[in-house]
Design a protein around this ligand. Structure first.
Ligand code: IVH
Length: 670
């Protein structure tokens, strides 16, 4: 191989690149404060990879290129922890917390006790060993004495340093977790693939860390907060110093830990996070209270199971029990029949819940869910909860098993359940339920964004047979609209204007809006960017589609199938006739990086968008969503009951937008 540099120079360059990459990984994954674009970062990694290919003897296990091992692993061996990984005693209310302090005061009666309050991350406890400052082994908690060696999988977590600036042996411990955003993405992907979804981020994290292929693990989006550290040579005087020490080694620690001078401070911390836990992108199930001073910790000691100097105060469960009054079938845009449980309304962390998805027929069978059953429901991040289990002891005998329909409940066409797939689908291409969903999707904000064409109007347009397919909306006249219920001349005019405006939307939106199976927004953008005009896409064959990044065989097949259908050929003809944009304008249209280089922070409860939606909108426009505010943050979007990020944004003079202003900002880019 022709070498691009003499070896001596390569050694220096490789070292420089590694340091630079590590620095930017830390900025990006730990500090949420990226300093360079993804593109610039990729260039650094590519250059390092190239040099390492030229000089394979210079590759070290700590090189940032070595996070993801090439080979799947065989399994996990059991390893003994150097120091047992104790668990935590739990308490559930103020009194029990005061009792905990009472026990401490008995042993240390005359000294002031300080605490560190931390969030209790609902993930998996992991110990990581660094030998001679180098990442050497990661072990699950297991039974506290022995755990499984999951080193190659943990190494893929990009916020973890592979080398520390020390020659000491170090053990760091903390919690591996899956952010809600990754959890939702994984579940959506699994549902699309017909696989069962994970019940909560914790299970998804546990499943991910036990995968045998580190490449797959690296795609999952796991992350880790560290909360304790042991070094062979020095002991820190307190937990707050331990946290600082972790930070100095570039570990990611949770930003919300608080030094508390009294139990009152601890209780205020608890109250605050009990109210604000939904604003975090990860699940927390309580707080952990730790006596700060290491000397005090030693005086207090441990039982066989827990330290006596720490305890967790749990948040009230996000679970509740209620009754299933009925099971209905919803027909989606693709004709998928989804069972939905109609629940006796129940409050769950401030929200009244009256429906829960049951996913599919197998889920009902597997959990033996019957109408009339009392069930345990759970909300984890999502507003729509799921049924965890049936409480069989509460059965009276009157519960009715649910027989899954073999016909579409709306048009009565046969429902088809393909072998190996999780869902049944209505086979009627012009099923009104499909059309309703297709119209709502077409008009939705992320698609053609036709404001005012929501549930109620679509329902009436279909009932009155004013619309029989998507292009019909472009033939609607003022007199058609004005006669609809709750529609005056002004709103009819507004709706017409909105419909008119939609003709100018970018081609990527149109592709997405058509609801082609497996074509989400990103794929739609990739297709629009590749084919300069819509007709070229409609005529593309498998081979050409497969050339496009992110397009696999499934998407290619689905796109070809869609444009082969005579009714879709007609649909496209009519949309063209109506004057929709069929040509993709490079560089000038929405969806093309209007927000490049801008960073956003979300805080508080958003009511018009879910966090995921807001994040996806920003990312699609080239912006980045990070979790902490710095003076470099471009905008902070503030919802209801915002957290400390709002205060920080104000004090740093960062631009603050409410949801309305955020919407205006997006609209102005269109
Ligand atoms: S301290 C000896 N701090 O909760 C101290 N644990 O239910 C033991 N956890 O096994 C752990 N967040 O896996 C600590 N801030 C935090 C934590 C935390 C989550 C987990 C940890 C532990 C489990 C006990």
């Amino acid at each position: 191989m022709n070498k691009s540099l003499p070896k001596q120079k390569a050694i220096q360059r490789i070292e420089g690149l590694r340091q630079n990459i590590e620095y930017h990984e830390k900025k990006y994954y730990v500090d949420n404060d990226p300093q360079i674009s993804d593109y610039e970062f990729d260039l650094l990694v590519k250059e390092l990879e190239k040099l390492e290919r030229e000089f394979p003897d210079l590759v070290t296990p700590e090189s940032p290129t070595q996070r993801v091992g090439e080979q799947p692993i065989e399994g996990f061996s059991s390893v003994e922890h150097t120091v047992p990984m104790l668990s935590l005693d739990n308490c559930y209310n103020e009194q029990e917390l005061r009792d905990f302090e009472g026990r401490i005061k008995k042993i240390i009666p005359s000294e002031k006790i300080e605490y560190v309050a931390e969030l209790k991350i609902d993930g998996l406890g992991i110990a990581i060993n660094y030998r001679n400052g180098k990442f050497s082994q990661a072990i699950t908690r297991g039974d506290g004495i022995r755990g499984d060696d999951v080193t190659p999988n943990v190494k893929t977590i990009k916020s973890l340093p592979l080398a520390l600036d020390t020659t000491q042996d170090v053990e760091a411990r903390g919690e591996i977790y899956l952010p809600f955003s990754s959890f939702q993405r994984i579940n959506q992907e699994r549902e699309k693939e017909g696989e069962s979804s994970f019940a909560n981020p914790r299970n998804a994290a546990a499943g991910s860390i036990r995968l045998l292929d580190p490449k797959e693990v690296s795609q999952r989006g796991l992350d880790m907060f560290l909360y304790s550290i042991f070094c062979d040579r020095e002991e820190k005087a307190s937990q707050s110093e331990n946290l600082d020490f972790l930070k100095r080694f570039r570990f990611k620690t949770n930003p919300h830990s608080k030094l508390c001078h009294s139990l009152e401070d601890v209780l205020a911390f608890y109250q605050k996070w009990k109210e604000q836990r939904d604003s975090l992108d990860y699940d927390v199930d309580g707080i952990v209270i730790k006596v700060n001073s290491t000397r005090h910790q030693t005086l207090l000691g441990s039982t066989a199971k827990f330290p006596k100097w720490a305890i967790s105060l749990k948040f009230p469960a996000r679970q509740a029990t209620t009754k299933i009054n009925d099971i209905l079938i919803q027909v989606g845009r693709t004709g998928a029949l989804t069972p939905v449980a109609i629940l006796e309304p129940v409050k769950l962390s401030g929200i009244t819940i009256s429906r829960s998805t049951l996913h599919n027929e197998d889920e009902i069978k597997k959990k033996d869910i019957r109408i009339g059953d009392t069930v345990l429901i759970e909300r984890s991040g999502d507003v729509i909860p799921r049924v965890v289990s049936v409480i069989k002891e509460k059965r009276s005998g009157k519960e009715r098993p649910f027989s899954f329909p073999t016909q579409c409940p709306v048009c009565h066409a046969t429902a088809f359940h393909p072998e190996g797939e999780a869902v049944s689908r209505c086979t009627n291409p012009s099923c009104p339920a499909k059309l309703r969903e297709a119209l709502l999707h077409y008009a939705s904000r992320r698609a053609m964004n036709i404001e005012g064409l929501g549930d109620a109007i679509v329902h009436q347009l279909l009932e009155n047979k004013l619309v029989r397919n998507i292009p019909d909306i472009y033939d609607l006249k003022m007199e058609d609209l004005i006669d609809l219920e709750r529609m005056g001349p002004r709103s009819a005019q507004n709706l017409q204007d909105e419909i008119e405006k939609s003709k100018k939307r970018a081609v990527a939106r149109l592709i997405f809006a058509l609801g082609i199976r497996f074509v989400g927004e990103r794929t739609a953008q990739a297709l629009a960017a590749h084919f300069n005009n819509f007709d070229a896409l409609a005529q593309a064959g498998h081979e050409e589609l497969l050339q496009i990044k992110d397009v696999g065989p499934k998407v290619a097949e689905s796109v070809v199938f869609f444009f082969d259908q005579p009714e879709n050929v007609e649909l496209i003809r009519r949309l063209k006739q109506a004057g929709l944009h069929f040509v993709h304008k490079k560089g000038s249209e929405e969806g093309e990086k209007f927000l490049t280089g801008q960073t956003f922070v979300l805080t508080g409860k958003l009511s018009h968008f879910t966090r995921e939606e807001a994040t996806a909108i920003i990312q699609d426009l080239g912006g980045q969503v990070v979790s902490s505010v710095s003076s470099k943050t471009s905008y902070v979007i503030v919802g209801e009951a915002p957290g400390s990020k709002f205060q920080k944004a104000k004090s740093l003079g960062v631009s603050i937008l409410d949801e309305f202003q955020f919407q205006e900002l997006i609209d102005s880019l269109e």
